[in-house]
Design a protein around this ligand. Structure first.
Ligand SMILES: [Zn+2]
Length: 183
């Protein structure tokens, strides 16, 4: 939790809302605008030092022209896309809820005394789980429910793909994206 220090921060294009939620779960400050024009995304990235993640070659070209850092992703499945971002930027594909941000609003989460959320979660959930987190921005309550296993399985698959994806990124078409990201 906390400000995140020099951890990379991201802004993802409107086609990658799913990725935005995953990057937040991984603890990376990630903006996602549903309908922002490309120049606005590039402007915010430059102003705030964010890495653009996009599927859109047009946006990637504009980012390159203006000197913004970007990753152009091609994968279809979320584990492929996560692996591409990790290969290009070096982010760690491990989720730790005490470092996560709210997948809904990007707010930092706070680990709370479970009594604080007693009236805000179903009784069976309250009885079963010890650890709860609350979004400091929107108030959403989180716990490591049954979906957490799916999250960890997906991340494990993504980690297995990173080396292969990194190899593929050595192709001339993608090298530039990687170099920009490492600047
Ligand atoms: Zn929130």
């Amino acid at each position: 939790m906390g400000s995140g220090g020099d951890r990379p921060r991201f802004i993802v294009d409107s086609m990658l809302g799913d990725l935005a939620r995953w990057l937040r779960i991984l603890g990376y400050d990630t903006l996602y605008y549903r309908n922002a024009p490309d120049p606005r995304i590039v402007k915010v990235a430059l102003e705030q030092g964010r890495i653009i993640v996009t599927r859109d070659r047009g946006l990637a070209i504009l980012a390159r022209k203006r000197g913004a850092r970007y990753v152009l992703v091609r994968g279809e499945r979320i584990e492929e896309v996560l692996a591409e971002v990790a290969a290009a930027t070096g982010i760690a594909l491990y989720a730790d809820p005490s470092r996560s941000r709210c997948p809904l609003c990007n707010g930092p989460l706070r680990h709370v005394n479970r009594h604080e959320v007693k009236d805000r979660v179903p009784p069976e959930v309250y009885a079963r789980y010890e650890d709860f987190w609350v979004c400091t921005r929107c108030g959403q309550v989180y716990w490591r429910g049954s979906h957490w296993r799916m999250i960890e399985e997906t991340l494990a698959k993504a980690r297995q793909l990173v080396d292969r994806v990194a190899e593929r990124m050595k192709s001339p078409r993608l090298r530039l994206a990687v170099e920009k990201s490492e600047r």
